[in-house]
Write a protein that binds this ligand. Sequence first.
Ligand code: PEP
Length: 261
Amino acid sequence: MEKKRIPLVAGNWKMYKTIAEAKQLAAELVHGLEKFTQVEVAICPPFTSLLPVKTLLEETSIRLGAQNMHWENAGAYTGEVSPLMVAELCSYVILGHSERRAYFGETDETVNKKVLAAYAVGLIPILCVGETLQENEAGKTGEVVERQVKLALQGVSLSMSQETGVPLVIAYEPVWAIGTGRAASGSGANTVVTQYIRSTLADLFVSEIAQSVRVLYGGSVKAGNAKEFFTQPEIDGALVGGASLKADEYIGIVQAAASSK
Ligand code: PEP
């Protein structure tokens, strides 16, 4: 039987916040999010703040994620952080974010290596997929999103546990909507999730799995427009960038998720 999908709001803090600032924001979130028990909340600070923030989250249900990692568990890879290191601190890891694909040479192949490496250490990937403006205007959204999902999940076998559901989160993040203030429409994003993401998952896995994976929307989500996404039947929450850096905005987004789902 399919598992009910618990809404997830995940905050990608990108390269913002010193340790002191991160602790301040995390403390505000701990205080402000206490009452929203029906929504799962995760935050993904920069690497330097993972440990201090983890300490603050100890008695809470807010989960911690990293924004990236290498695929090897150890080695001569100066400047990189390994899956084993991330797994010491986090439950989630964002993989294949469009900023990493655009600025750091990440490809479908390296994203796939990272997804496999995440599973090997028990991390849950938040796999980001989405088309650029040019691809969108050329009518290639479906082709691009299907390819990204398929290649990222090559060699992955998924099963479902009654307690935790399927250990995979996909974030549909149209690149043209990220950090631009120009969000997709709720119904447009829902269509992409249904036609290209869940249908690809159904081709790769059994349909029970395809229906149980949580799929988030990301791209200029704010407290003021979050409801439009959370009321869509196939969208299970949001991956939030800019608006996750302000406690009030982020709490407003979680509140919208709690009242919509
Ligand atoms: C993101 O970085 O994943 C993102 C969705 O950013 P923003 O919310 O700022 O568009």
